[in-house]
Design a protein around this ligand. Structure first.
Ligand code: BGC
Length: 811
């Protein structure tokens, strides 16, 4: 495919303290196991900088006192910082040891450039600084978090004195004094997750640090080797002086370098990190020291790292021209850094904010709904692992359901290490300073998202083993939950699911009601009906012995499946004013003065906070944070959705859907990055010209930080992966069902030409390309059978080694 060179870099010119945390998040490097924010290695955590290093699935619980109450939170732990590498010119006017270590916040910074090289997966920095005596020092730095060997990271720094001769002091350290302090709203909470630090030195040139998390007792060990790189035929250059200071909490190695004008000196820092969660190790410190002893020099590490990235890019090839293509490449880069092939060996879920910051405490929400469909056709092993994370926590979800008196599995709205409900009971409104009850845990629709992902993964990958084992157990348990959660209402002659919160988190209760939750949320009920229908379908296709086994194990009898049939056909879907009601009673809420609020506040994305600070509540108004009923158009193709409504005894025609889209579009504040994505998607699917505005907003949501400061606390992985999927499935209408590839492209004039490769069943590198009015599909040669491609007006068969060009109807 065509390569747009300009799209492979993402850079920042100049130093801007106010934007530094956002850059750190967007310049994070990771490999699915480990990630480190793009902080300057000369800096410590403070107002401007926040170096953070996170390992997927490394959580710890702490109790804090909030608003006079004890609250317990589980957080993804900020691990010891491996980055520190600082320097100073010792014989300046303020002689060493008093001379300050240099940081970008000092005067004398003449040039500053920071560029992510997306193809190679490295972060490059170039700076030129001048001290008060006019001595200029150029610093070039290249950082990697190894994509092939996930426990390794490296930092190469080249110093060049431009106009002076003398010495330069360099200190390379591991900082064990870190805490979780990346999110201002959480600062009142206890953030000391690490304890029991021990440190030491090892030959050659190595310091190490070991500690453990306070309650989950995960042992973490880091070792760092710092040495001069060889510059000439004589082998590695020697520092004038080298001292190891192994004492904690910041074991360091200090080098004094001789510098001469125009002669570069290079310092390489190589780091290994292990935790006691890792497989095939005995002791994390031993593993880190062994990895480090085996680690080659920086050039070789860079070579193998690049090769690993090249492979990833081949598996996830995506070509979209222009600015959109550039941003999509950045999104893809961060998705792959959070969920890489290494994830397939881990017991982790999809962290909503990546491994890029501490927002939402590294928790796992329903956001995987926006992520797995993309991964399914590129890295199915990763999808399978993410679903296995949910399956392993099935007993906990069953326990949660049982405690509330329900059957089946009630998955938590926020999940962490053991799958218990991690949603906080109180949250802070930073506008009013008040701590308020948080009912978002009533978003039981998360269970449907998990079932949907199980089904989609199996459809896309053809992994019947998973479907018949872990997949079936998960899906059937979720079906059991919905069947028991639904109660029959004689008045309505319908089943109802009462007391829930839908995807729109603004509404959590009826106005003036003491009871949290709402009744008959259309999204919840329709997706619950879908889960029940799929559970019945699954029971029908399972091999008989396995079906019997599962029914015995899960206690599913004839009367249960009868109830599933009944509930899946008679769940209540409310309507008002000729549109689908977001929930029962939505039509009776007051209209909001949208213009008035926009005039008064400008940005009204977080209307909930604004209104609470005004002593009002958004519960009283027809105002949504994000797509709720409209999410149905995101999950299901028009034909599938119409079929679901038919099953529920309703007619969903184009007019009703278009009216519903218009209705909620006017009443949504887009307070989540997922909102513009979903609206862009559904508007594109109904061929509306206003789709592009929403797509654009979804594209820039992180790079321009449109939610006002939130990206600095971690990327929005759902929106990032969702925009990739928007091209892949939204614009092409791609579905993988009934053993065929279904395509129904919708033209978006602003994005009419693009291409990607995907993995479908056993075919690797299936190339899909849209050109004006044409769709091309190519299959690489293989021993596999042909695939069936279904378009709205015809079905074609494409065999290995063949490609076909299809003129699209209406063009
Ligand atoms: C959104 C949720 C989402 C969560 C984590 C919230 O702001 O409303 O839908 O799951 O963020 O990304």
């Amino acid at each position: 495919m065509e390569r747009h060179e300009e799209q492979w870099e993402w850079g920042y010119e100049g130093y801007e303290p106010a934007g530094e945390r956002l850059r750190e998040a967007l310049c994070t490097l990771g490999n699915g196991y480990l990630a480190t924010r793009g902080a300057a290695p000369e800096t410590d955590a403070g107002e401007v900088h926040y170096p953070g290093t996170y390992v997927a699935g490394c959580y710890n619980r702490l109790v804090s006192e909030v608003a006079g109450r004890q609250v317990e939170n589980e957080d993804m732990v900020n691990l010891p910082n491996w980055l520190p590498l600082r320097f100073r010119i010792p014989d300046g006017p303020e002689a060493s040891p008093g001379a300050p270590w240099w940081t970008p916040d000092q005067d004398g910074l003449l040039e500053y450039r920071q560029v992510l090289d997306l193809a190679q997966g490295v972060l490059n920095r170039t700076l030129l600084l001048e001290d008060p005596r006019g001595r200029r020092l150029r610093v070039e730095q290249c950082r990697l978090v190894h994509m092939g060997q996930p426990h390794l990271a490296a930092l190469r720094t080249t110093f060049t004195a431009e106009n002076w001769t003398g010495t330069l002091e360099v200190e390379s350290a591991i900082d064990g004094s870190v805490t979780n302090a990346g999110v201002a709203r959480y600062r009142a909470l206890n953030g000391r997750h690490l304890t029991g630090h021990t440190t030491g030195a090892a030959e050659p040139d190595t310091v190490w640090l070991r500690c453990h998390t306070t309650t989950s007792d995960i042992c973490v060990a880091l070792a760092a080797r710092t040495r001069l790189a060889g510059t000439g035929p004589g082998g590695p250059a020697e520092p004038v002086e080298a001292v190891t200071e192994p004492a904690g909490p910041r074991p360091a190695r200090r080098l004094t370098l001789a510098v001469r004008p125009g002669e570069p000196v290079t310092v390489d820092k190589t780091v290994a990190l292990h935790t006691s969660h890792d497989l095939a190790i005995s002791d994390p410190l031993r593993a880190a020291l062994t990895d480090l002893a085996d680690a080659p020099g920086f050039p070789e590490l860079l070579g193998s790292h690049r090769a690993a990235w090249a492979e990833l890019w081949r598996h996830a090839d995506l070509e979209v021209p222009g600015k959109a293509g550039h941003i999509l490449r950045v999104h893809l880069f961060h998705v792959l850094q959070t969920l890489s092939p290494h994830t397939a060996d881990l017991d982790v879920g999809v962290p909503a904010r990546g491994l890029h910051g501490e927002a939402y405490r590294g928790h796992i929400f329903w956001d995987e709904l926006f992520v797995l469909p993309y991964l399914n056709v590129h890295f199915p092993e990763t999808s399978r692992a993410l679903l296995s994370y949910r399956h392993r926590r099935l007993p906990e979800a069953v326990r949660a359901a049982r405690e509330k008196g329900y059957a089946g599995a009630m998955y938590p709205w926020q999940s962490g290490s053991d799958g218990r409900e991690e949603t906080q009971t109180l949250h802070l409104n930073p506008r009013s300073g008040r701590w308020l009850p948080d009912h978002s845990r009533l978003q039981h629709h998360v269970g449907s998202a998990i079932a949907y992902n199980v089904w989609q993964y199996c459809q896309a990958s053809g992994d019947t083993d998973f479907l018949h084992t872990r997949g079936a157990e998960t899906l059937l348990r979720i079906a059991q939950f919905w069947a028991s959660r639904a109660e029959y209402d004689r008045g309505h002659e319908r089943y109802r699911i009462r007391g829930v919160v839908g995807p729109d988190e603004y509404h959590e209760a009826y106005p003036d009601s003491d009871r949290p939750g709402l009744d008959d949320n259309a999204y919840t009920n329709v997706t619950a009906a879908w889960v029940l229908a799929r559970a019945l379908e699954l029971l029908g296709i399972l091999p008989e012995p396995r079906r019997r086994e599962l029914c015995e194990d899960l206690g599913i009898g004839g009367e249960d499946t009868e109830r599933w049939q009944d509930v899946s056909r008679r769940l209540r879907v409310p309507f008002h004013d000729g549109v689908i009601s977001q929930f029962g009673g939505y039509g009776e809420l007051a209209e909001l003065d949208w213009e008035g609020y926009r005039r008064k506040y400008g940005d009204i994305r977080r209307l909930d906070r604004i209104m609470e600070a005004e002593d009002d509540t958004v519960n009283r108004y027809k105002a949504s944070k994000q797509a709720d009923a409209l999410m149905l158009g995101y999950l299901f193709s028009p034909a599938e959705l119409a079929g679901l409504f038919r099953r529920l005894g309703h007619t969903l025609d184009d007019e009703l859907w278009h009216r519903t889209v218009d209705y909620y579009l006017r009443r949504t504040s887009h307070g989540s990055t997922l909102s513009s994505l979903v609206h862009g998607w559904i508007l594109a699917r109904v061929r509306r010209p206003d789709a592009w505005g929403y797509v654009q907003e979804a594209l820039v949501s992180d790079i321009a930080d449109i939610q006002g400061g939130t990206t600095a606390e971690g990327i929005h992985l759902g929106a990032m992966a969702g925009t990739l999927d928007l091209v892949q499935r939204g614009l092409t209408g791609l579905e993988t069902r009934e053993d065929a590839l279904w395509l129904d492209p919708v033209p978006v004039p602003e994005l009419s030409e693009f291409g990607f490769t995907m993995r479908y069943r056993h075919h690797w590198g299936v190339a899909v390309r849209m050109l004006a009015g044409e769709l091309c599909i190519g299959l690489p040669a293989s021993a596999q059978g042909p695939i069936r491609v279904v378009l709205p007006d015809r079905t074609v068969t494409v065999g290995p080694g063949e490609s076909c060009r299809l003129r699209l109807a209406g063009n």
